[in-house]
Ligand binder design. Structure first.
Ligand code: NAP
Length: 511
């Protein structure tokens, strides 16, 4: 995209009056979604945007999730921006701190910091039809922007379990995404509730330190091998000097995930293959048949997110670890009581119970044209056109929106596709001063009808997971490969959208 020249008087700067800031594009969040969008704009010569960040650093989930053992379970050569490869990852599955450092490095390299408003938590965004602009309330500041890009992610709001007595526990307790590092677990009796991707990483990491750990499992996860490699100096040199080697690593994992993704939707015959690999691993790593029985999933592989670990299953054979599969009745002052009446005493409780993933954009109040409330529009489940546009919300484009999550693959690949698409629209909005574009209702409805039809044959219909809302609708996942999504969203089609002119003069509007 050639650089559209923007006529904002003071791009990305605060005005002197009433804490109002004018900009062309307001991006909410500085996780991978927000950064991918900002970098795409900069790479195209467009710099009239701000990033609103509620925290005091960049990183999104990679800033928040600091639990012991936190690492990416998608290989880093694939879980990074295609145009910003990092030849010096310390290992194939990089630890959290290194990923956040990579993100900070992007911010520094592209001189993004002056564009980021830290400590700016967005509470509401309202579309003003008179001027075709979004008014975004963020603490004491109002941002007026032509384009609103929420990039708040799907996994940013921790969810505590809906159990009675949570407040009665007298010891420390915390969610895995809000790890309390001031609590020393050494020699403590620890209760862990939940056995998803987060628990699978921190359970083996804390086991050597605790006196005893009881892991409360509601559903056993499918665990696959994690082909970890510690990259040495020679790897780094090779990756730097011979880029095809690094690209081969990226391509290999991309291809593997693409094949697995086919198995999750269109090629069900592949699923037994995946479960066989996991069951063989389980037999090898858990010799005790009774324990193995408890750790054997009772639902189709891939229905909940498949997990990659070589140290999680062996942890349950350690003398200081118990696996509890009786359902939890309540939390009490001294521990966790299960339905069989047993009190499992604990000094610390860690909730690894996931996120409010289906509540996209919550708790931000978003009002579009005619004052329509996005929460109301999404009351039966979030939806969007290609995961980015919702009819009646002109010039709003979501990053990592509804139905763009993956059962297997790098979400960064998806984000690059979305950033490219949104940048094309921004170019048009910047070119045609004052217009807004609103996805056509019929186009969006037909897109989602076909999408849900495809999802009906996916493995995700076979169990409950964070991919589905309370009524069972799959609101989070994309039913296919990342390549298929890229083909769908590589070009913005103006005919899919209505052009909306502002109700009154565009004097002062920044595009
Ligand atoms: P999660 O996968 O949603 O797992 C939550 C766990 O808590 C599940 O085992 C769930 O059981 C259990 N649970 C929830 N409520 C419960 C209750 N009332 N009683 C007992 N158990 C309860 O959450 P997560 O582990 O934080 O992972 C969420 C997502 O974050 C992952 O799927 C992944 O996409 C992402 N993540 C990625 C990485 C990475 O390396 N890239 C690492 C961590 C997380 P049920 O299954 O029975 O509901």
């Amino acid at each position: 995209m050639t650089a559209p020249r923007v006529t904002s008087a003071t791009p990305g700067e605060r005005s002197d009056f009433g804490g109002t800031e004018r900009t062309t594009v307001a991006i909410v969040g500085t996780g991978f979604g927000g950064l991918a969008m900002a970098l795409e704009l900069l790479r195209n010569g467009f710099d009239d945007f701000v990033l609103l960040e509620k925290g005091d650093d960049v990183g999104g989930v990679w800033r928040e999730n600091t639990y012991p053992g936190a690492a990416c379970d998608i290989p880093s050569p694939y879980y990074s921006l295609s145009y910003e490869p990092n030849p010096t990852w310390s290992s194939r599955f990089s630890p959290q701190a290194e990923i956040q450092q990579y993100m900070r490095g992007l911010v520094d390299k592209y001189r993004l910091r002056p564009k980021i408003r830290f400590g700016c938590e967005v509470s509401s965004a309202t579309f003003d039809e008179a001027t075709n602009t979004w008014r975004i309330d963020a603490g004491g500041t109002t941002i007026v922007a032509n384009v609103f890009v929420p990039a708040t992610g799907q996994l940013s709001r921790p969810k505590l379990p809906d159990l009675p007595g949570l407040d009665e526990f007298t010891g420390p307790s915390f969610h895995s995404a809000q790890w309390d590092h001031s609590v020393d677990l050494t020699g403590k009796r620890v209760a862990v509730i939940g056995t998803g991707a987060s628990a699978v990483q921190f359970v083996p990491a804390i086991q050597p330190h605790v006196a005893h750990m009881t892991v409360f499992q509601r559903s056993a996860p499918w665990i696959l091998p994690r082909p970890e490699v510690q990259y040495r100096k020679w790897h780094h040199t090779l990756f730097k000097l011979v880029p095809p080697v690094r690209l081969a690593e990226r391509f290999g994992f991309w291809l593997l995930c693409e094949v697995i993704s086919l198995g999750l939707v269109d090629a069900p015959w592949m699923r037994p293959l995946i479960s066989q690999i996991a069951l063989r691993k389980l037999r090898k790593e858990v010799p005790d048949p009774e324990l193995r029985g408890k750790l054997t999933p009772d639902y189709a592989a891939g229905c909940k997110r498949g997990l990659f670990s070589d140290d999680y299953l062996p942890t349950f054979s350690k003398p200081n670890v118990s696996l509890e599969t009786t359902s939890i009745e309540r939390v009490e002052p001294n521990g966790v009581r299960t339905a069989d009446g047993t009190l499992h005493e604990a000094d610390v409780i860690i909730y690894a119970t996931g996120f409010r993933a289906t509540e996209f954009l919550g708790p931000i109040t978003v009002r579009g044209a005619g004052g329509r409330d996005l929460a109301e529009v999404w009351r039966d489940g979030a939806f969007a056109y290609k995961g980015m546009s919702v009819p009646g919300f002109p010039n709003m484009f979501l990053m990592y929106g509804p139905n763009t999550n993956l059962g297997c693959g790098s979400i960064i690949y998806m984000l690059e596709t979305q950033a490219g698409y949104i940048a094309q629209v921004i170019r048009e909005v910047a070119r045609r001063r004052g217009i807004a574009v609103d996805v056509r209702e019929d186009v969006c409805t037909e897109y989602n009808r076909a999408l849900q039809k495809r999802l009906d044959r996916s493995v995700w219909t076979l169990c409950s997971s964070w991919y589905r809302n309370a009524s069972g609708r799959i609101t989070n996942n994309w039913p296919g490969t990342v390549l298929a999504y890229r083909m769908t969203a590589r070009r913005w089609q103006p005919s899919d959208y209505r052009t909306v002119l502002p109700a009154r003069s565009t004097e002062g509007v920044t595009v």
